[in-house]
Design a protein around this ligand. Structure first.
Ligand code: PLP
Length: 373
């Protein structure tokens, strides 16, 4: 399990052969291999357990806010996110200053800007070999060199791998797509070992039973914690993500954002997000429901012959003891049940199953009984 190193030129080298047949303008195009998102089935009625969306609707207050949206406001450019009710609501919920918070167009936007802003040393940044597959895409796009550190045989991050000189560190906690949670003390050890670079902890799934490392932003000025409305807040379609960290970090990422696109967030998202943050009870209830369904799913999947690491996300990363994951994935799809499968080294016999409603999960178990029974 060797770590792979990729540097600035490798992308171009891969395209050199192709360039022989390219027109001159084409040779000077920025060529990237884009991220592949989970399939969106369009209008087809399927049980969608493939992109870690919440099966529950957004907070009830969101509907009221939709009814109150003002047509005339759409004529105007939206407010700057940091000067909105949404920023105030988030800052008060997390008990931080508004100037310790950056809000963007989904956490993919926030993370992409963070790559552009903080990973400029020219030294390789570090992240796990099995992780959110957008990290290497942004690194390639922004010409940031990187090294992928192999997870151990149980898919756990080896913290000692992050103790070498580097240009920055990023990892999700819990990790994706494994769902494995790292303890707060281990996260802190990684930060302590990397005081000269920015450490980004991607907490997209932290609300499903993990403990956020957010309090550490007051202790370490190089820590950026990124969260999203897409999973635990049932608002993937509104595209709201945010980062929390030291004021200086937030200022730097804002400077870059205002150099790319001043108005990344639309008026409706800024308005509707507020209601989710204000309704803490509904938010906690949804997370609790998903955790309970996940615990039931673990038992059901085990009895069907699956193994999986203990998940702290709204998904389970499962492998069957007999039937190949790709076959299960395809057969489920024929039954209009979508899960996620990657034909990638080390994980090509696993599939990631998003936790849906209890009814959706029952349908999944029944289909799996037929496929694996
Ligand atoms: C889903 C996800 C994101 C991105 O979510 P947005 O919808 O862009 O907010 C970021 N990181 C991880 C690990 C994710 O799984």
């Amino acid at each position: 399990m060797e770590s792979s190193v990729r540097v600035e030129k490798s992308d171009r080298e891969r395209h050199r052969d192709m360039e022989m047949n390219e027109s001159v303008w084409e040779q000077n195009v920025r060529k990237v291999v884009p991220y592949t998102p989970g399939e969106q089935p369009g209008n087809k009625d399927v049980i969608k357990l493939n992109t870690n969306e919440s099966p529950y609707p957004p907070a009830p207050g969101v509907q009221n806010r939709i009814n109150g949206l003002e047509l005339d406001k759409m004529r105007l450019y939206p407010a700057f996110p940091e000067q909105t009710e949404l920023a105030e609501a988030l800052a008060s919920y997390y008990q931080i200053g508004v100037d310790q918070l950056f809000i963007g167009d989904g956490s993919d936007d926030v993370l992409s800007l963070a790559f552009m802003t903080f990973f400029q040393s020219g030294k390789p940044i570090l992240f796990p070999d099995i992780t959110y597959s957008f990290y290497d895409v942004w690194a390639d796009l922004y010409r940031v060199p990187y090294e992928r550190k192999a997870l151990d045989e149980n898919f756990c991050i080896r913290i000692e791998d992050y103790m070498q000189p580097n240009g920055g560190v990023i990892f999700p906690n819990p990790n994706a797509p494994t769902g494995i949670l790292m303890g707060l003390d281990e996260v802190e050890k990684i930060i302590v070992a990397n005081r000269d670079v920015v450490v980004i902890v991607d907490e997209a799934y932290i609300d499903f039973g993990g403990t956020s490392c957010l309090p550490l932003i007051h202790k370490y000025d190089n820590l950026l914690v990124v969260q999203t409305f897409s999973k635990s807040r049932s608002m993937a379609g509104m595209r709201i993500g945010y980062a929390m960290g030291n004021r200086k970090l937030i200022k730097y990422i804002n400077d870059v954002k205002y150099s790319v696109n001043s108005y990344t967030m639309n008026y409706a998202a800024l308005q509707l997000g507020v209601e989710s943050v204000r309704d803490a009870a509904y938010f906690e209830e949804c997370c609790e429901k998903i955790i309970k369904t996940r615990e039931r799913a673990e038992k059901e999947l085990a009895s069907l012959g699956f193994t999986y690491p203990k998940s702290y996300g709204n998904f389970i990363f499962a492998s069957h003891n007999r039937v190949p994951a790709q076959e299960i994935f395809e057969r489920l799809k024929e039954n209009d049940i979508y899960v996620r499968y990657w034909n990638k080294e080390r994980i090509n016999n696993h599939m990631r199953i998003t936790i849906g409603t209890d009814e959706q999960m029952e349908a999944l178990y029944r289909a799996l009984e037929k496929i694996c029974g």
